[in-house]
Design a binder for this molecule. Structure first.
Ligand code: AMP
Length: 402
């Protein structure tokens, strides 16, 4: 069975085509700048040279059409007919309280995703465009949706409610939802396999540290708390997002600087975090380079980033009354040895016996970065959200045909 995984944004579509039986990626790529006459398709077919094409692509239906065309192209393609794609899986950021797991797309499901536009105005409408574009190009092909929020639906009320008037939850669904759930779930399962222990018996703290960053407390395979909240702004310090701050800062700064809601929201989402403190970059690679060159602001940004992450790890160890392993994943978590070192070296009180040499070895592989016998393990587990989406889609389609 071949499954096409789609991650549709407002002006981009990322895709990966899987051969499920052989667990291989046949092709991947993305279309960027949708809506412009200089949109670009970047296609990477397995075993063939990459292919780029600049073209006018004004909306998502055409973008998906171009992706399908290149997948069956005689020179750059990997299939002979579009009918060789058996199903499509979509990433959807917000499933609200309605979706606790992945589901096949039906009219009801579409209606519900639309109802959730309010909670994720930047993401869910774009995902719907992706779903409709597949409907238009591949009528009758089963589609599934996999939600970033679903894994965190197991959180207890004490973790997901905010201490504000309950009417806000009842009327407007104000609560913690959490994000990156697909990644937290995947790396939890991989960590258990790596450790050779049943997931049901493990207390894990998973740290998805990429452009966006979140931590989760995963107890017995279930998310019991996570750092992102009603939106992906809460929690850790990120590349351009502030993460936690005193909510009173918002009206105070709005008053002092005469800012609108939109401006303050843009400040906290796009002009804060590493970028704001370093004044250099939101990219951890450039921050580390600047730290090595002795830049003071970059050093402060790096220290704040690591410190805030370490505080969350401490909090989640307390939330679960213990922790067996801390897992690092995503762009920064997988690649930044200096960040992992800065975080782990302050966790010796918990029983983390950090292995400096192991931390520096190997890229893109699952590895242990604590010494043998360490009471609490620290692991690096590369995430693979697209593979989870493909697998969930595969099982849903299989169970439908059983
Ligand atoms: P993601 O959102 O998971 O794709 O992560 C993207 C981020 O990972 C980039 O913005 C970089 O800050 C970070 N990153 C990627 N490679 C490295 C690296 N070698 N060292 C430090 N950070 C990295």
């Amino acid at each position: 069975m071949n499954i096409l995984v789609i991650n549709a944004g407002s002006s981009s579509v990322k895709y990966q085509l899987y051969d499920m039986e052989n667990a291989t990626v046949l092709a991947k790529g993305r279309v960027e700048r949708i809506g412009m006459d200089t949109a670009i398709l970047m296609h990477e077919p397995a075993g063939k040279p990459d292919f780029h094409k600049v073209d006018e692509i004004l909306e998502h239906t055409t973008a998906i059409r171009r992706v399908l065309d290149v997948l069956v192209h005689p020179e750059h393609g990997v299939l002979t007919a579009i009918s060789q794609i058996d199903a499509v899986g979509h990433r959807v950021v917000h499933g609200g309280e309605s979706f606790k797991s992945s589901v096949l797309v039906t009219d009801e499901v579409k209606k519900e995703i639309r109802r959730l536009f309010d909670l994720a105005p930047l993401h869910n409408p774009a995902h719907m465009l992706g779903i409709s574009a597949v409907d238009a190009n591949m009528p009758g092909v089963p589609q599934a949706v996999v939600f970033d929020t679903a894994f965190h639906q197991t959180m207890p009320a004490k973790a997901y409610l905010y201490p504000v008037p309950m009417a806000l939850y009842r009327k407007h669904k104000v609560r913690r939802y959490g994000f990156h759930g697909t990644s937290h779930k995947y790396v939890s399962e991989r960590a258990a396999a790596f450790l050779g222990r049943p997931l049901e018996q493990l207390k894990l703290i998973t740290c998805h540290i990429g452009n966006g960053a979140s931590c989760a407390a995963v107890w017995g395979g279930q998310s019991v708390d996570t750092s992102m909240g009603m939106t992906p702004l809460e929690g850790l310090m990120m590349g351009t997002r502030s993460g936690d701050l005193d909510p009173a800062i918002v009206p105070y700064v709005m008053g002092k600087e005469d800012l609108t809601i939109g401006e303050v929201s843009s400040m906290l989402n796009k002009h804060s975090g590493l970028q704001a403190i370093s004044g250099i970059s939101s990219d951890m690679r450039e921050i580390v380079e600047a730290v090595e060159a002795g830049d003071k602001n970059a050093t402060l940004a790096f220290e704040m980033y690591a410190y805030r992450l370490r505080k969350y790890i401490g909090a989640y160890a307390a939330a679960m009354n213990g922790v067996d392993a801390i897992v690092f994943t995503a762009g920064v978590g997988e690649n930044s040895a200096p960040l992992r070192k800065a975080v782990c070296e302050g966790l010796s009180f918990l029983g983390v016996d950090f292995d400096e040499e192991a931390n520096l070895l190997g890229r893109g592989i699952e590895k242990r970065i604590t010494k043998r016998g360490s009471k609490v393990e620290a692991l690096v587990i590369p995430t693979n959200e697209e593979w989870v989406i493909a697998q969930d889609t595969y099982s849903l389609v299989q169970s439908q045909s059983d």
